[in-house]
Design a binder for this molecule. Structure first.
Ligand code: NDP
Length: 259
């Protein structure tokens, strides 16, 4: 039986996550591309991805944690055949598999993220919870769900499955910008969580890494910031300017180096 690796990528509708999906698909990896809503998953342009592979997009609003973790199905679309419907998170691993082709979960990339535009003192609780739910809590739940599936898939494959969490230089270095306190904390938590999780999954043969981008100024995350925050980011010393394709290359290199 041929083993086909599958990657689950969040934040796949735009920016860095979208570049990661395109990179993985160009190397023949089947992708489950996750974004927040039916409208945003329609923008993923599955038809432009690698034609020989199966791909699916799923709408999950990660700010709605922990409720989304209890939903049995989520709205999704896929090509070949052109279908839409409600699917459980990893349903495609079953429905795509045939007697001679087995689709196995080999990679989770937690890339969805939301930023902050106000000082801590003026940030309402709903905004704090949204940032933490998308940038941290949902990543933890997706890691747990992926680990359980990766353990189930061990009977078919001998590869080393991986989890790559996208943090930020603001959560992993001594750089500080006023107005990013909760965002930076969510990313610091994600870094620390990934390190301990990596130790826990080491004995299971599952690799966990964090990639901490510098400044990727072309994405909505930076473009939607007010001018003052954008200037502060630009002026920070020691922050590397990167493109979405450079981050996607780093993800691909991390994935292939740890195989
Ligand atoms: P974008 O704003 O361009 O894209 C954000 C992505 O996250 C979108 O796909 C969006 O989906 C998804 N997302 C946001 N909210 C939710 C939600 N509630 N549920 C599900 N998905 C959601 O961001 P970037 O590409 O710039 O950032 C990607 C990651 O990289 C983030 O984690 C960010 O913190 C990190 N990063 C970015 C840097 C930068 O300079 N740009 C620097 C360092 C780290 P939808 O279209 O449905 O809203």
């Amino acid at each position: 039986t041929q083993i086909v690796p599958v990657a689950v990528v969040t934040g796949a509708s735009r920016g860095i996550g979208n570049a990661i999906v395109k990179k993985l698909a160009s190397h023949g990896i089947s992708c489950l591309a996750i974004a927040s809503s039916p409208e945003s998953i329609r923008s993923i342009a599955l038809e432009t991805l690698h034609k020989q592979q199966r791909h699916r997009a799923l709408a999950i609003d990660l700010s709605n944690w922990p409720e989304w973790t209890q939903k049995e199905t989520h709205y999704g679309i896929e090509l070949q055949p052109n279908t839409s419907g409600n699917f459980s998170l990893f349903e495609m691993l079953q429905s795509w598999s045939t007697p001679d082709k087995r689709y196995c979960l080999d990679l989770l990339v937690n890339c969805a993220g939301v930023t902050q535009t106000t000082l801590s003192v003026s940030t309402p609780p709903a905004t704090i919870s949204r940032i933490m739910n998308v940038n941290f809590m949902s990543c933890v739940s997706l890691c747990n769900m992926a680990i359980r599936q990766m353990i189930r898939d061990r009977k078919y494959t001998t590869s080393t499955p991986q989890i790559i969490n996208i943090g930020s230089v603001l959560g992993s270095s001594s750089l500080r910008i006023p107005g990013t306190s909760i965002y930076a904390s969510s990313k610091a938590a994600l870094n620390q969580y990934s390190q301990v999780l990596g130790q826990e999954t080491d004995r299971l043969g599952i690799n966990v890494q964090t990639i901490n981008p510098g400044l990727v100024r072309t994405t909505n995350m930076v473009q939607d910031l007010d001018k003052r925050s954008q200037q502060q980011l630009e002026q920070l010393k020691g922050v590397e300017n990167q493109t979405v394709d450079q981050i996607a290359d780093i993800v691909w290199a991390s994935y292939t180096n740890s195989m």
